[in-house]
Design a protein around this ligand. Structure first.
Ligand code: B12
Ligand code: SF4
Length: 523
């Protein structure tokens, strides 16, 4: 049987990285089936195109996975596929919490023939076999013989064949620039960000997050060996293609078990399996100097830190009091001294936010090493404690906000600012942090670092800018290129003709005086 695994876009924002679930389920599919992957972010298709594709390719089963913000599109696509007579199985965090919605048991239309609840590592092979035998059930849940929920162990993790998977749709380098960029450094003709997980679960239970409920508070890890082997496969492929293969360790908190993460990072170094990587780590775990040394030495380049707010009252409200805004600067300095930078994520529209929260946050961000600040709005996701609290207190203005996805739009009213003010704060944050001047300054602040670092921060900023200002199509890109032409020309000149070694500019020193500090040698 031919199986299509489809990940929808939401029609508005585009993801820069493929989703792991597709590769994982492909690797877990019983032998004898052919699995096709389509990510709507990379290959946008509308309902009629996907229905036609399913018919033409003679697909016998379609699996769709979606986050809440993609679910409306996922349902439309599912409806179109089901109309062709092909069964649709849906999985992922949204339908796990609202299975009745997907199955049409809440009074609305039915979108899925079956729903895989929770982690589907063990149920997916059974689903495929049931389709083959014409015995597809409505719900599949990972339970043990006693009927109790069972979280899959990651000790026997499948090998994802990264050396042979077709990754063409996930190349982030535009075709027009590939030939030129192949000549830069060790080769940038392809750039792919690949998701790898080393563990699952998070015990912290932040109020707005689905993870503790979905993956559980017991943390499970893969073996070091299996993670290291996966990195080696990726590394070999990048070398072969004269391109770049970076890894996003998608663990919710990569360093949740400090002893274990150190042992994994040491094994990566010992096996020479370093690739450039990014991971999510909470600020409280980055106090450990040895850990940060190992992060740098094992290829860590970007750490995603869910800072959420610079206001301790807000953090306490959302059960994230373990974040200490007073230590953010020190944490970021510690990383930057090893040339590791941070994606700092902030949420506006929290209950203690008042007018000017974006500027107050930016005022702090400007004193930190250059990074990638991102700004979102507090969003009540289904089945989170936040959703329940706001529902109980009658504060939800769009209780089923996922039925119509609107980017950067509140679904409830904050306490101390209006919904419109919250929207304006987010807009202000993005405009200021990603203006051509800010991009130029970020590049400039790394002027004593090798060219690769400056290209890296520039490209990363351009891509991240697209989270709020979607750059769909050539015209949008050309406009951004024109706005940032001075910085681009400077980098291109340097790539071809080399650079006069200049001291860090005053602007860079104003922003972040210590960026020119010599690299702390990694162990
Ligand atoms: C990596 C990640 C990202 C990446 C991008 C996603 C990507 N390309 O992988 C980045 C950092 C960009 C990101 C961004 C966002 N993310 Co995110 N992200 C994650 C994270 C940490 C890992 C996802 C993952 O790969 N997990 C591991 C795989 C194996 O798990 P899984 O996807 O759930 O798949 C399993 C099952 O769900 C099931 N399954 C899934 N799909 C399907 C399909 C079928 C057919 C079947 C049978 C089974 C099945 O089987 C899989 C194996 O067991 C999760 C948290 C988490 N731990 O999952 C949050 C998470 C998915 N993100 C979340 C959110 C909210 C966001 C943002 C909206 C945050 C924001 N405010 O900006 C943005 C949206 C970005 C966008 N443009 O859409 C939420 C989604 C909750 C929800 N109900 O929708 C999560 C769950 C975290 C949370 N805070 O609650 N994210
Ligand atoms: S630390 Fe991160 S993954 Fe864990 S509950 Fe909080 S937001 Fe979710």
């Amino acid at each position: 049987m031919r199986i299509l695994l489809y990940n929808p876009d939401n029609g508005v924002t585009r993801n820069f990285m493929p989703h792991l679930w597709m590769f994982l389920l492909k690797a877990l599919t019983p032998a004898g089936h052919e699995v096709l992957l389509i990510d709507g972010n990379a290959q946008p298709m509308d309902e009629s195109q996907i229905a036609q594709y399913v018919r033409e390719q003679n697909v016998g089963l379609v699996g769709i996975g979606a986050m809440t913000r993609m679910i409306a599109k996922a349902y439309r696509i599912a409806d179109a596929i089901r109309a062709t007579g092909v069964p649709v199985v849906m999985g992922g965090p949204h339908v796990t919490e609202l299975a009745d919605e997907a199955l049409g048991r809440d009074g609305g239309p039915r979108h899925a023939d079956a729903v895989a609840l929770g982690e589907a590592d063990e149920t997916w092979p059974q689903i495929v076999n049931d389709v083959v035998n014409g015995q597809l059930k409505e719900k599949y849940a990972p339970i043990d013989d006693m009927g109790k929920e069972r979280k899959p162990s990651l000790k026997r993790y499948p090998v994802i064949p990264w050396d042979s998977i077709d990754l063409d749709q996930f190349n982030l380098v535009p075709k027009s620039a590939a030939a030129l960029l192949r000549k830069v450094g060790e080769g940038w003709g392809t750039f792919r960000l690949v998701p790898v997980e080393s563990g699952r679960g998070c015990p912290y239970g932040c109020e707005f997050c689905t993870v503790t409920g979905f993956f559980g508070d017991s943390i499970r890890f893969r073996t070091n060996e299996s993670v290291v082997n996966e990195l080696l496969l990726l590394k070999a492929r990048a070398r072969k293609e004269r391109g770049q293969m970076a890894v996003f360790f998608i663990d919710d908190n990569f360093a949740i078990n400090v002893k274990r993460i150190k042992s994994l990072l040491r094994d990566i170094i010992a096996a020479k399996a370093q690739v450039h990587w990014v991971a999510q780590i909470s600020a409280n775990l980055l106090r450990d100097e040895e850990l940060v040394d190992l992060i740098a030495a094992s290829g860590g380049k970007w750490i995603f830190i869910g800072m959420e707010s610079i206001d301790p009252a807000n953090l306490k409200d959302v059960n994230k009091g373990f974040n200490k805004p007073g230590e953010y600067a020190a944490v970021l300095e510690r990383l930057a001294q090893r040339n590791v930078y941070a994606i700092t994520s902030f949420i506006f529209g929290m209950d203690n936010d008042t007018s000017g929260v974006a500027e107050r946050t930016l005022a702090q961000v400007r004193t930190w090493p250059p990074g990638l600040p991102i700004f979102g709005l507090l969003t009540p996701l289904p089945a989170t404690p936040l959703y329940k609290r706001l529902e109980t207190s009658g504060r939800l203005t769009r209780p089923k906000h996922w039925e119509e996805f609107i980017p950067f739009a509140m679904a409830h009213t904050p306490l101390k600012i209006t919904v419109e003010e919250a929207h304006a704060e987010v807009k202000y944050g993005w405009e200021q942090a990603y203006s051509p001047e800010s991009l130029a300054q970020a590049v400039e602040s790394l002027s004593n670092q090798p060219l690769g670092y400056r290209i890296n921060i520039f490209l990363a900023r351009l891509c991240f800018r697209g989270i709020y200002f979607p750059m769909m199509g050539k015209v949008a890109w050309l406009r951004v290129v024109a706005q940032n032409r001075h910085t681009i020309l400077k980098l291109v000149r340097e790539a071809f003709f080399g650079r006069k070694t200049l001291p860090a500019s005053p602007a860079a020193q104003d922003t972040y005086g210590e960026i020119a500090a010599p690299n702390v040698p990694a162990k």
